[in-house]
Ligand binder design. Sequence first.
Ligand SMILES: [Fe+2]
Ligand SMILES: [Fe+2]
Length: 157
Amino acid sequence: MTTARTQDILSLIEAEHRQVEQLFTAVETAGNNKLYDFFNQIYKALNLHTRAEELVFYPAMQEYEETRKYIQEAEEEHEEANVLLEELKVLKPTDSEFKTKMSDLKKAVQHHVKEEESEIFSAVRQCMNQEQLTQLGREFQEAKAKIEQDVEIAMTT
Ligand SMILES: [Fe+2]
Ligand SMILES: [Fe+2]
């Protein structure tokens, strides 16, 4: 077997941001019968992503003064998204509230993603070298594999 190419954590995070953006676009054009399926995909992707960031990326940011200062706000923004995801989970896609909350979620996520990819990423690049970022990329993937089942259980309860 060839050695799997390990990506640095910033490219992994960025790729997941793009995936979630595509899902939001899919939701906007989907018919009612497909909506819940796309919502489930968003629910799973965002939960995995934010939890893995909280387990691996934010703790690494805790190590440096330059990056530490972004953690609290970022965690609050994750919490905001989580609350909306849980509220959406109990609604039917045909409920009038579903669309409003979905667009609130999209806005919240867009804002957070922008902050991560601009201010946070550039601070992280100043503090961590490529080797650290690649190691964190590995840990990020491992964390996601570990919590995947928890997220799937959360989806059905
Ligand atoms: Fe985040
Ligand atoms: Fe993120």
